[in-house]
Design a protein around this ligand. Structure first.
Ligand code: BV8
Ligand code: ZN
Length: 251
């Protein structure tokens, strides 16, 4: 009986994904958990061992760039061994189906969506593989694990390079945020996957989309503040649920 009820809901969401014109997905660390990338706030989360204010802030970096870089180098090594999972692949397939009527907004910095084939990705918190200069406009994508030199220095001006991520207290990239806001106004259905919904402003994206009449579909292994406004809530792992609610590719 319960399976039948779930099956009906999966089919309903599949139909909505096809019938509603503009679809967006918002992902958080939970979608990469099954790839072996630690989340931030879960039981084995990064923030249990490290204090975010100690590491993911401009103050921490200026106080001890070597310590902060050692933490990012360690995370880069874990991520370099991670493979996209069925959840990432399902979203890449959704992009194939919906084309320019789809956008993927991710809080993740691991680059696994792009590895899975997603092209239409807005990285609101940056990318751990990007290094950018603290003084000039130099930036590069660097996939060295481990990094050859810690802390890395700018080849143009010799100053420190920093991770190309958004730290607490830093604003999200304005061009990315503008594009996100455009989508939140026009999307007709938003999938919210694997986020605890506590980090602003990303935690408000689903509320803005809902305010603009989007159907909200949440996938998580626990309820979150977003669950209050979700039209559909699927309790389960992204890698298991997403393949069940994303339609087959229409040949
Ligand atoms: C800004 C990049 C202003 C770096 C990150 C007090 C109140 C309200 C707000 C604030 C406040 N004090 C400060 C703020 C603002 C602050 C904030 O929101 N703090 C919170 C913590 C209270 N926000 C900021 O500072 C932002 N900037 O506000 O700027 C401004 C404006 C103009 C000019 C100047 C300044 C910047 C925030 C970005 C911080 N950077 N990361 C790095 O990675 O090192 S945040 C970090 O959290 C990650 O990016 C992550 O993506 C993000 C959100 O976490 P989640 O992705 O949700 O991950 P989490 O572990 O929390 O949850 C995982 C979920 O997955 C869980 O729900 C779990 O159940 C689920 N799950 C687990 N396994 C699975 C699963 N689901 C499905 N399947 C599974 N298998
Ligand atoms: Zn420089």
């Amino acid at each position: 009986m319960k399976e039948e009820k779930h099956r009906v809901l999966y089919e309903k969401v599949k139909d909505l994904i096809l019938s509603r014109e503009k679809v967006c997905a918002l992902t958080g660390a939970g979608i990469s958990a099954e790839s072996g990338v630690p989340t931030f706030r879960g039981k084995d989360g990064l923030w249990n061992k490290y204090n975010p204010a100690e590491l993911a802030t401009p103050e921490a970096f200026s106080r001890d760039p070597e310590l902060v870089w050692k933490w990012y180098d360690w995370r880069r090594q874990i991520i370099s061994e991670a493979k996209p999972n069925a959840g990432h692949l399902a979203l890449a397939k959704l992009e194939e189906i919906k084309g320019e009527n789809f956008i993927l907004i991710t809080q993740n910095v691991d680059g696994l969506h792009q590895k899975a084939g997603s092209k239409r990705v807005l990285e609101v918190h940056g990318n751990i593989w990007k290094l950018k200069c603290t003084s000039c406009t130099y930036e590069e994508f660097n996939y060295d694990v481990p990094l050859k030199v810690i802390p890395p220095r700018c080849p143009e001006c010799g100053n420190l390079l920093r991770p190309g991520v958004v730290w607490f207290g830093e604003s999200l990239p304005f061009d990315v945020l503008d594009e996100v806001e455009r989508w939140l106004r026009m999307c007709d259905l938003m999938l919210v996957i694997g986020t605890s919904g506590v980090v602003q402003p990303a935690a408000s994206f689903a509320f803005v989309a809902k305010h603009n009449d989007a159907v909200i579909v949440e996938v998580n292994i626990e309820r979150t503040p977003i669950s209050e406004i979700a039209d559909f809530f699927f309790l389960g792992k992204a890698g298991e649920i997403l393949p069940l609610i994303i339609p087959e590719i229409l040949k």
